[in-house]
Ligand binder design. Structure first.
Ligand code: SAM
Length: 279
């Protein structure tokens, strides 16, 4: 496959920072990532941000059931040409912002395997969208900035444990797949990357309304992460009352002096149940 720098130059285009365009320029790394997904000819795949097709060609050689959603209109004809040059005519290329894309439409009655070298500026938003739409998703293999990946997999008590980690680990089992060095991209970013696998849990503990309360509780708890829960959660975006939070913490068996960064997902779930009971 031609080097992305060469394709862009020939077409008088540039890589856009605002779209997180760091294209994979190492074909061996691209193939290795797709091989690690374990997809087969029956897999229904959604690729986020195919760009110039570095991952797309390897996915399309394995399965004909591939939808690739790319926001940058300039890249669509280039991507289509790359696919044509490789004799890969079955890919459904959609020119759309993935945050507005209906995953159910791509699923076509089957659960999706989502693959993407993500635009790093909207990685967290894409994760929240995946969690919201996870009824249509079996698993996701996503590449992140190494530092963000470390935050996603971090455990309670760790320096990196965050709202994102708690929400993700509520919805999925997350495993580390591989590291990709910055030299594998064009333009070369300042940071290395990590591919993570998300296996979304089939069973749901909460319905959609209860889940919304859980996510609000997690957000409120981390809103002032250096403060104790009894102070951090009061007021703020959700206007939680002091007496309600105090009672909910006691009812959930959580010491009100603890901080959000020490709570397990199970404890956040207990706290959400207690908040639901208070309302
Ligand atoms: N998959 C290609 C690769 O590995 O070389 C490109 C990866 S590049 C890091 C991210 C890609 O996502 C770019 O092609 C960019 O245009 C696209 N993109 C950025 N924001 C997007 C969005 N909201 N929806 C869909 N695609 C987006």
């Amino acid at each position: 496959m031609a080097h992305p720098g060469q394709i862009l130059k020939e077409n008088r285009l540039y890589a856009g920072k605002e779209l997180g365009q760091n294209f994979l320029s190492d074909p061996a790394a691209a193939k290795m990532i797709v091989d690690k997904t374990g997809i087969n000819k029956d897999s229904q795949v959604l690729e986020i941000g195919p760009g110039l097709g570095a991952l797309t060609v390897h996915i399309a050689r394995i399965t004909k059931r591939l939808t690739a959603v790319e926001k940058d209109t300039r890249l669509i004809p280039l991507l289509e040409r790359v696919l044509e040059d490789h004799g890969l005519t079955c890919v459904k290329v959609v020119n759309k912002d993935v945050l507005k894309f209906d995953f159910n439409q791509a699923a076509a009655g089957k659960k999706l395997v989502v693959i993407g070298n993500l635009p790093y500026n909207i990685s967290s938003q894409i994760i929240f969208k995946l969690i919201k739409d996870r009824a249509d998703v079996a698993a996701a293999f996503l590449m992140f900035q190494k530092e963000l990946a470390a935050r996603i997999v971090s455990k309670p008590g760790g320096r990196n444990y965050s709202r994102l980690a708690a929400v993700v680990q509520y919805a999925a089992d997350v495993t580390h797949i591989t590291e990709i060095g910055s030299s594998c991209f064009f333009p070369r970013p300042d940071v290395d990357s990590t591919v993570l696998k998300f296996d979304f849990f089939k069973e749901r503990t909460f319905d959609a309304d209860q889940e919304a309360v859980l996510f609000n509780v997690i957000k409120a708890a981390f809103s002032k992460r250096r403060k104790s829960l009894k102070n951090a959660m009061v007021g703020g975006e959700f206007n939680y009352e002091k007496s309600m939070i105090a009672a909910a913490l006691v009812s959930a068996g959580i010491d009100p002096a603890r901080r959000a960064e020490t709570l397990t997902v199970e404890e956040f779930k207990a706290l959400a149940r207690a908040v639901l009971k208070q309302n």
